[in-house]
Design a binder for this molecule. Structure first.
Ligand SMILES: Cc1cc2nc3c(=O)[nH]c(=O)nc-3n(C[C@H](O)[C@H](O)[C@H](O)COP(=O)(O)OP(=O)(O)OC[C@H]3O[C@@H](n4cnc5c(N)ncnc54)[C@H](O)[C@@H]3O)c2cc1C
Length: 397
């Protein structure tokens, strides 16, 4: 194909192999080409060409999907990380290219005393990648999803037009693209809301013997809004089942009172805000050393109504030892207040509170039986969640 581009359209074997792999490493679809755009006009040019010729085009951020969402079988993958400039930081907003990683944004905004209101647990994801799914984290019970804090977007539409949209201008496109999983348009630039960042945070990790007590305390914390961040996880460590609640208060904001909670034990640390939000960088080298970073990750994310939380988690908790395989796997589980999430395409169960449940499984390389067992466990989780009126989060379209 003859296209005038400032970037490149690559078809070499290494590039196509790279684009056929994601963090999940269980689905591998090779594209026919990878666009490394020099500017948003390149994206327009390629999307227009692809639209005319019926070629699938899929944007790829950091490639941290686990179900082939950023792959384009026989089509064109657009490597969005080529456009990652942070353009402007104002007193309440930042303007960034969609390929920027959240870690770069926080590094740039913190010197101004500012932060995005919601951050994912892992910051090496791109703005376009998380805005195309929602972007949930421990602050979501209060602030909703990352998609709820978008002030404006520049988007290349599926026919190749480059259009600006916001809640008032081209609203339909603004609605279709947030949590649109890259299929309703490609975000090239985003204006994101910022709020004051604390310098330090007080970080409690509370341990429970029983899932019901963990869930009861999580419910209490998010309904009283006493903490800035609430998460929780189930895991097996050294052969022992652990249910843990994380509650974090930012210096000078919420009350952060632990009264009326019923943990068995726990610990409290005070750390800088950056060390807290960037906490998963310490896990990555450990996983690499254990050979579990580049291996298959059959992950599964569901959102279930409040009334089903204990039952679904008890079902998962009883089988954790066999279905997580290693000491690195875990099940994240924490409540969100549904009224705080206003993104129309982020589908939630009908309930006042909903629980995000994420089975994060790490399989070793060359162990298809373990991967198959994990996928079976995921199918069972999805069936139970659906039965309870739950929805899937991050599912491929
Ligand atoms: C270690 C780890 C931790 C995670 N933690 C969290 C968490 O705490 N909270 C949470 O909500 N999620 C979490 N996730 C999931 C993650 O948010 C999603 O998988 C996200 O989509 C990945 O972003 P990415 O930049 O890697 O995008 P990719 O995987 O490259 O792409 C994801 C989807 O976004 C589309 N896309 C990419 N760029 C654009 C764009 N510019 N415009 C439109 N669509 C685009 C792709 O086509 C694809 O459909 C985590 C994933 C990992 C691997």
């Amino acid at each position: 194909m003859q296209l005038t581009l400032t970037g490149t359209l690559d078809t070499d074997n290494d590039t196509l192999t790279w684009a056929a792999r994601d963090y999940g490493d269980t689905i591998h679809h090779r594209p026919n080409a990878v666009l490394r755009p020099g500017d948003p006009t390149d994206i327009s040019t390629v999307v227009r060409y692809a639209h005319l010729h019926g070629v699938p085009v899929v944007p790829r951020g950091a490639g941290h999907s686990t179900g082939g969402q950023s792959q384009a079988p026989g089509g064109i993958v657009i490597d969005m990380t080529c456009l990652s400039t942070i353009h402007e930081i104002g007193f309440d907003r930042v303007v960034v290219d969609a390929g920027a990683r959240w870690s770069d944004i926080v590094r740039a905004t913190l010197p101004h005393g500012l932060t995005p209101p919601v951050l994912t647990d892992y910051l090496e994801l791109t703005v376009g990648g998380t805005l195309s799914v929602g972007g949930l984290g421990g602050a979501s019970h209060h602030h909703g999803a990352q998609t709820d804090h978008v002030l404006a977007l520049d988007v290349v539409t599926p026919t190749g037009e480059l259009i600006s949209c916001n809640p008032h201008e081209n609203r339909e496109l603004f609605v279709a693209v947030r949590a649109g999983r890259g299929r309703n348009g490609i975000i090239t630039r985003a204006t994101l809301r910022l709020i004051p960042a604390p310098e330090t945070v007080v970080w409690h990790k509370l341990r429970y013997d029983a899932i019901d007590e963990l869930v009861a305390d999580q419910r209490l914390l998010v309904t009283t809004d006493a903490f800035n961040y609430v998460e929780g996880q189930l895991k097996v460590r050294g052969g022992r089942f652990v249910a843990e609640l994380e509650a974090v208060s930012f210096a000078g904001s919420r009350s952060g009172q632990l009264t009326d909670l019923h943990p068995q034990d726990g610990e409290t640390d005070t750390v800088t805000y950056w060390d807290f939000v960037n906490r998963l960088t310490t896990a990555e080298p450990l996983l690499r050393e254990a050979g579990l970073w580049d291996s298959p990750h059959p992950w599964c994310n569901v959102i279930v109504p409040d009334k089903a939380a204990e039952e679904v988690l008890r079902g998962l908790g009883g089988k954790l030892g066999s279905t997580l395989y290693s000491d690195f796997g875990l099940v994240l589980a924490y409540p969100l207040r549904a009224d705080r999430i206003t993104t129309p395409l982020l589908r939630l169960p009908h309930d006042r509170l909903v629980f995000l449940i994420a089975a994060l499984r790490y399989a070793p390389t060359d162990a298809p039986d373990i991967v198959a067992a994990m996928e079976q466990a995921n199918d069972a989780l999805i069936a139970v969640a659906r039965q309870a009126g739950g929805t899937l989060y991050l599912d491929p379209l």
